[in-house]
Design a protein around this ligand. Structure first.
Ligand code: ZN
Ligand code: FE
Ligand code: FE
Ligand code: ZN
Length: 269
């Protein structure tokens, strides 16, 4: 892939520690360099607190190794700059335990993502039939209630793949904005960023997360954005970022956020 027209960060990168990604961490960095990214932010899945990792996340004892490895790369590479992030599952009731884990390390940014509605992993391909058993309006309300909750915890900097609930093509109907509005309000109040992600382009929905409609509402609410590919293989780094930049610019955004030590600063696009 060729170099991008502007130098931007990709802040959603996984590693093979999670059990469902491939390639060496350095391969992701080299791809970021090839694509002309200014920064690459690792954001692997934090070990789950309430269940065995299976192939969803790294093991609990691997978290320090993950952090060490990212910090080692950070020392070695200047361009792209390496950032230490983490993708945390927001699960109500786990706030204190998550806070304790986050306090142990010098993260640059932390994603608060919703993948669980109770026991149901809403973005898991093996559990997609659950959509047929539920009322779709209710599913969307439940999902965005959790996004709202995540934004209100004060634990997170970025809401990743904000409407991942559409991943397999399910829709709630025409008034998605009324369902999403409380989440946008909470994100704005909490001073969080929304991630704009190309991962959805590789999924059945074939759409960037979040949708243009939701992104426009975020822009009106003056919510800053980060960019992410949700790479689970080195070739995914900055995947379709040309298209991503077209979308965010057409909505009105002229900057994306860069994070260091959990504070953000704008990068012009
Ligand atoms: Zn993953
Ligand atoms: Fe995720
Ligand atoms: Fe991810
Ligand atoms: Zn993700």
């Amino acid at each position: 892939m060729t170099k991008l027209p502007v130098q931007v960060p990709d802040y959603h990168i996984h590693t093979k520690l999670c059990g469902h990604a491939s390639g060496e961490m350095e391969d992701y960095v080299r791809e970021a360099e090839r694509r002309g990214l200014s920064e690459i932010g690792f954001s692997d899945h934090m070990p789950l607190i309430h269940m065995e990792p299976g192939s969803l996340t790294m093991e609990k004892e691997q978290l320090p190794l993950y952090v060490d490895e990212v910090l080692r790369l950070k020392d070695r590479w200047k361009i792209p700059a390496i950032k230490l992030g983490l993708e945390v599952d927001y699960i109500p009731g786990q706030e204190e335990e998550v806070a304790g884990i986050l306090d142990r390390y010098e993260f640059d940014f932390v994603h608060g993502g919703v993948h669980f509605l109770g026991d149901w992993i809403v973005d898991h391909p093996d559990q997609v039939s659950e959509f047929d058993r539920r009322d779709l309006r209710k599913v969307h309300e439940d999902y965005f209630r959790l996004v709202t909750g995540a934004a209100g915890t004060g634990l997170f900097d970025v809401i990743p793949h904000m409407d991942v609930i559409k991943k397999f093509g399910h829709r709630t109907g025409s008034d998605i904005l009324s369902v999403v509005a409380p989440a946008i309000e909470a994100i704005s109040q909490g001073g969080l960023c929304v991630e704009v992600s190309t991962a959805g382009l590789r999924k059945p929905v074939r759409e960037i997360y979040p949708s243009r409609e939701i992104l426009e509402a975020c822009f009106e609410a003056r919510i800053p954005i980060t960019l992410g590919s949700d790479a689970h293989t080195p070739q995914d780094v900055a995947h379709k970022f040309e298209k991503l930049l077209d979308l965010v610019r057409s909505v009105g955004y002229r900057e994306v956020m860069s994070f260091s030590g959990r504070t953000h600063a704008p990068v012009a696009i």
